[in-house]
Design a protein around this ligand. Structure first.
Ligand code: AMP
Length: 488
């Protein structure tokens, strides 16, 4: 058996194995990062840097950041004669990883893999990821949360005492913060998780893109904010947009190290009798100003995350930064100021998650790791007066089960609705997230407050919540299973 850890990233993927106690990475065209991008043209699929390169010529044949839609039944890309789901795109990316891994291992043995996903992924999103792994030819041992993988990469070999590790993970499309307690016998216990599943490096690219658009507007009065306002052909518009977005990402990364950079793109779009050549100087200060809302959101999430669960900064022994976007200097600066300690960054941020996944996947050492995870937000039902009654309280380790007794709110009520929500606001249910519900018909005919209805919530290893409601007297019951997302 061969063992492989895979960080299936929004922007880049990395595959790593542990060989003779050392990390070894699968190479993709001589690079250790495989862009998580796909292009379909004339019946042929291209993955990675080739897809990215062709994207400016065939922007409508190009799919990037598909992980953001993983597990969604609605999202599909129609390109030429084919339709691709997010799972299909993940499968194609994993296929390339599988092919290169077979070359790397140099044998035909099966490859057992641990694939990482964001901490907030729901059970259905994790299941879709595992399915993609299987379809690509892997034996999927486990789907592992990215921050836990990062903590494993840090702590596995060099932890002598118990420590609390705070992980800030800002990738291409996702933002998670996690507090873990790690003991020297390789037990990893998640104590808190929070974040925003709609925030990532892509949003910072957009901030730069907007600056570029206002530069063009000021320069020649052309407004590229929509295809219509640009007055370009659809082809010319999407090509220009794609080129600007790629440049925006490039310059964003440069500004992590430099205070300013020049952007020039020849022949950006047809203009008057020729083409428009784009030329602009961007400073880090202007970028930070344009992205100030995002920056503040990241900072506030970090600050509030500990406070929300009654933990203090002093408990944290080390802070780890993960994800490509954590290279942006403002994160390091904020972490240092808030935690009064420098974040750990002696390891390559873009490989950390894959390293942890490789350790967990490893046949001999991976099984010495024990993982404990928690429910990120309280789960409960709606009660009279638009209020919320939590049944499983956030921070509880799962698998777990809890039963509470409810009753009717008017005389001779025979039907009750069980509506399941997630959140912390007990007074105003509308501030919580609705998951689904069902009705139970046949409740004991009695005055209000007399019937006893048992509502049981059990939360299993795969983040599936099983909800059951039963009238004690009549025995009638109803049930529903719900896949829970973390991160609302
Ligand atoms: P990941 O999902 O962890 O691969 O992170 C990818 C994201 O990190 C993309 O949005 C990249 O543009 C961003 N990124 C990578 N390197 C840097 C850098 N040096 N500075 C800022 N952002 C970066």
């Amino acid at each position: 058996m061969n063992y492989l850890g895979i960080d299936l990233g929004t922007t880049n993927s990395v595959a790593c194995t542990v060989k003779n106690g050392k990390y070894a990475y699968i190479n993709f065209r001589n690079k250790e990062l495989l862009p998580s991008a796909m292009l379909y043209k004339d019946g042929k699929i291209s993955i990675g840097s080739i897809a990215k390169r062709k994207a400016t010529i065939y922007p409508t044949n190009y799919i990037s950041s598909s992980k953001t839609y993983m597990g969604s039944n609605e999202k599909k890309w129609q390109i030429e004669d084919r339709t691709f789901t997010p799972t299909d795109v993940a499968t194609e990316i994993l296929h390339v990883i599988h092919d290169e891994a077979v070359n790397f291992f140099g044998n035909n043995d099966e490859i057992e893999t641990v694939i990482t996903t964001p901490a907030y992924f729901s059970s259905s999103q994790n299941a879709a990821t595992a399915e993609a792994g299987k379809r690509a030819g892997f034996k999927v041992k486990q789907i592992l949360a990215e921050p836990v993988a990062a903590a494993i990469a840090y702590a596995f070999d060099d932890l002598k005492t118990n420590e609390k590790i705070y992980v800030v993970d800002l990738g291409g499309g996702t933002f998670d913060v996690t507090l873990l307690e790690v003991s020297s016998n390789n037990e990893y216990r998640t104590l808190m998780k929070d974040g925003d599943n709609h925030l990532g490096g892509d949003d910072f690219d957009i901030a730069i893109y907007e600056l570029m658009l206002s530069h063009i507007r000021q320069d020649i009065g052309v407004d590229l904010s929509t295809e219509e306002s640009s007055e370009l052909t659809p082809e010319a518009y999407s090509r220009a947009r794609q080129k600007l977005l790629q440049e925006a990402e490039r310059v964003k990364c440069v500004l992590s190290d430099a205070e300013e950079d020049d952007v020039s793109i020849m022949n950006l779009f047809p203009y008057r009798d020729g083409n428009y050549d784009f030329d602009m100087t961007l400073t880090r200060a202007a970028f930070m100003q344009a992205a100030s809302k995002l920056v503040r959101h990241v900072e506030n999430t970090i600050r509030d995350s500990l406070h929300n669960v009654g933990r203090s900064v002093d408990e944290v022994n080390r802070v780890i930064l993960v994800g490509g976007s954590a290279n942006m200097p403002f994160i390091r600066e904020y972490v240092e100021e808030f935690f009064h300690k420098k974040p750990y960054s002696d390891k390559d941020l873009s490989k950390l998650v894959a390293m942890g996944a490789a350790l967990r996947a490893d046949g001999t050492r991976g099984d010495t790791i024990t993982l404990h995870d928690i429910i990120a937000h309280s789960l409960g039902i709606e009660i009279v007066g638009d209020r919320f009654s939590p049944i499983l309280i956030r921070g509880r380790e799962y698998p777990c089960e809890e039963m509470k007794i409810y009753t009717t709110s008017h005389d001779y009520q025979e039907v009750v609705s069980i509506d399941v929500y997630e959140g912390e606001d007990e007074n105003q249910i509308k501030n919580n997230y609705y998951y689904g519900g069902f009705q139970v018909d046949g409740i004991e005919k009695a005055l209000e407050g007399i019937p006893k209805i048992e509502v049981t919530f059990s939360f299993d290893e795969s983040c599936i919540l099983h909800v059951k409601a039963k009238d004690r007297k009549t025995g009638v019951s109803g049930a529903k299973d719900l896949a829970i997302h973390f991160g609302h």
